[in-house]
Design a protein around this ligand. Structure first.
Ligand code: FE2
Length: 299
């Protein structure tokens, strides 16, 4: 059903802080402003992949997933409705705001809004990073990955595998309980961390093309006193070398390099780990509490 993580939207009262942070620290490109006051950010040749919408509070607004075209979109609608979900059609105005040809959206049992679309507007050879860097790893692997806080891992796993068709990559059962899911060669496009009674957004991962890009971003954060929520480290399962920076909107961005590819999905063996990291990813003493989190209210 889903081919990749396509785009992500956030609500935030702190939209004005994003252009400087996104360009000069992360190396993203700020797209032309739209009619809605949102800041749209480019990671590659797609028109925009990260949008920060003006709002009173910080929150994850929507997760945008790609499907392969009009027929797969209709098939996805049928599958979602068969599972009892209400699916709304995006109109032409919403499609234009998201820079896609067509989209639908629904709310999952945990309150997260998901948008399914095809035809993300792309302008080949047009991406210009906000600072000197090697660029971001996207393509068939999509934007990156999103990690959510979930009140019930088993229920979340059932929903996302049976209804959305994601495949379990592996799990971590250590201090935290985590599940990781893929829909293409990227090791995971979505993961969950269990937090009983709570729901929320921990981080968005962006993968860069060079380890030096990670080190330079880390230097820039430290020079500018931008809070690091987890220091440099190496993940056990997706082999990403990364650090986590607090964004101006209360969630983290994992900025990483060297992620593992699921190169043979048919023969993928689901792994199990007792730690998320081989080394590093330590929380500094003054690190802010991670992510945007709130009590879970069943839908
Ligand atoms: Fe991550």
């Amino acid at each position: 059903m889903i081919t990749s993580l396509s785009y992500v939207g956030f609500n935030s009262p702190n939209v004005a802080a994003w252009p400087e942070f996104a360009q000069s620290v992360l190396g993203l490109e700020v797209a032309e402003p739209g009619p809605d006051g949102a800041v749209r950010l480019r990671v590659d040749d797609a028109a925009a992949r990260i949008t920060i919408h003006p709002a009173d509070t910080n929150d994850l607004a929507y997760i945008g997933w790609s499907v392969a075209g009009p027929a797969p979109l209709e098939a996805a609608v049928g599958e979602l409705e068969r599972h009892g979900l209400r699916v709304d059609r995006g109109d032409a105005q919403l499609a234009q705001l998201r820079a896609v040809a067509d989209l639908v959206w629904f709310t999952d049992p945990f309150g997260f809004r998901h948008e399914l679309s095809w035809g993300l507007l792309t302008r080949p050879s047009s991406f210009r990073p906000g600072r000197s860097m090697s660029g971001f790893v996207t393509g068939a692997g999509g934007l990156g990955h999103v990690v959510l806080f979930m009140p019930d891992l088993e229920r979340a796993e059932r929903f996302y595998t049976e209804v959305l068709g994601l495949s379990l990559s592996d799990r971590v059962e250590g201090g935290m309980h985590l599940r990781f899911f893929h829909c293409n060669q990227r090791h995971h496009s979505l993961a969950f961390a269990a937090v009983p009674g709570m729901v929320g957004m921990h981080h968005l991962m962006l993968e860069v093309a060079s380890l030096d890009d990670v080190g330079i971003a880390l230097d820039l954060c430290q020079e500018r006193d931008i809070p690091i929520s987890m220091g440099l480290g190496h993940h056990t399962n997706d082999r990403m070398t990364s650090f986590y920076v607090r964004t101006p909107s209360g969630f983290e961005i994992e900025y990483g390099w060297g992620g593992l590819l699921v190169d043979d999905d048919e023969n993928w063996v689901v792994g199990s780990y007792d730690s998320g990291s081989v080394w590093g990813h330590k929380r500094p003493a003054n690190a802010p509490p991670p992510g945007i989190i709130r009590p879970f209210k069943p839908q």
